[in-house]
Design a protein around this ligand. Structure first.
Ligand code: ADP
Ligand code: MG
Length: 341
């Protein structure tokens, strides 16, 4: 796989929409990079610029290793692309779809057949080669789309929400398969999703995007443990931000000291994820349960803190609290995550 370098890539569409603000990014060879962000933040536009389907505004450049590919069309970039909608040819068979890019290049028949057998096995669709596309399930279609993207032996594989159209259990299974497949291929992969758990499961590193800009780049661990902004904290892991104040070596919420914090003074946020608070009998926080949902492995409480924001608290499944109850809450760790605004 090739390394990718983007410098000052912005995108303004002819109608004036600023889909991307100038951004720079380095992706290492063989890295699995996930681009994560809400709908409309510019993920697809960024991916299409890397693919060569879209050119960045004038000041932007795209490099594959040391090669400047900014003006180079997609056919000669050796990238494979997989879309949410599969984008398969409905009139061709599975084999016809997978071999389409090789036929375009007039690759030798014997090589084509060998490649087909290898790809079908690799993505797990052996025996389906002669089926028509409408005879396939969603998961099978997406495997065909992946095989077709891999047929050209790409240096870079680009995947735009490839699992979004599938149901939840299949999505989770294919996600794990895809992750190990990408490792075996050794291709540089850029994977776009709006789904945080998908990003965490697949990524070596994650690029979090917000309104056309990069909000944070880091490993899943770094993004979860050290969110760079309130936006990242809220987007990753259902965090609520509780206004707090740091002074006298501690963090204080509503005048109550909740944990030691020697670092700084001033207004801060306490990052409260579902695992960060637990019901107690002696505070320091208090709130009212607005909803309680039993999930078998846990009970999830929606709680509105007194003079504070709504938060989510995961508790053991046998917890007795129900909607309408009032409860005290304490921190589950003596090292809470703190965000400075
Ligand atoms: P995402 O993939 O994160 O949902 P997109 O990259 O598709 O976001 O879109 C980013 C922004 O650019 C959106 O506001 C979208 O409406 C706009 N946009 C995308 N493509 C075009 C286009 N061809 N012309 C004008 N605006 C576009
Ligand atoms: Mg998109």
């Amino acid at each position: 796989g090739a390394g990718i370098t983007l410098t000052d890539c912005a995108k303004t569409f002819p109608d004036g929409t600023r889909a991307l603000l100038p951004l720079s990014l380095e992706i290492k060879p063989r890295e699995k990079m996930v681009i994560l962000g809400p709908s409309g933040c510019g993920k697809t536009t960024l991916l299409r610029i890397i693919a060569g389907l879209e050119t960045p505004d004038l000041e932007g450049s795209v490099y594959f290793d040391k090669d400047d590919v900014t003006g180079v069309p997609i056919e000669t970039r050796r990238v494979g692309m997989v879309f949410q909608s599969y984008a398969l040819f409905p009139t061709l068979t599975v084999a016809g779809n997978i071999l389409f890019p090789l036929r375009l290049k007039k690759i030798d028949k014997a090589i084509q057949n060998a490649r087909l057998a290898q790809l079908a096995q690799f993505v797990g669709i052996e025996g389906l080669e002669h089926r028509h596309i409408h005879e396939l399930s969603g998961g099978q279609k997406q495997r065909v789309a992946l095989a077709r993207a891999l047929a050209v032996e790409p240096r870079i594989l680009l995947l735009d929400e490839p699992l979004t159209a599938l149901d939840a259990s299949l999505r989770e299974r294919l996600r794990a398969e895809l992750s190990s497949l990408l490792d075996r291929l050794g291709v540089t992969a850029i994977y776009v999703t709006h789904d945080q758990s998908e990003a965490m499961a697949l990524a070596d590193r994650i690029v979090v995007m917000d309104r056309g800009a990069i909000a944070q780049v880091g490993t899943p661990f770094e993004i979860y443990e050290k969110p760079a902004s309130p936006f990242v904290a809220k987007f990753i892991g259902a965090a609520a931000l509780i206004p707090a104040h740091a002074h006298d070596g501690g963090i204080h919420v509503q005048g109550q000291r909740i944990a030691a914090y020697p670092d700084k003074r001033g207004d801060v946020f306490l990052v409260a994820r579902p695992e960060d608070l637990a019901p107690t009998s002696d505070g320091p926080l208090e709130g009212q349960v607005t909803a309680a949902t039993y999930f078998g492995d846990r009970k999830r409480l929606h709680i509105t803190l007194n003079d504070g924001p709504p938060i989510i608290v995961d508790t053991p499944p046998e917890t007795a609290l129900e909607a309408g109850d009032t409860t005290q809450l304490g921190l589950t760790s003596d090292k809470p995550r703190i965000l400075t605004p």
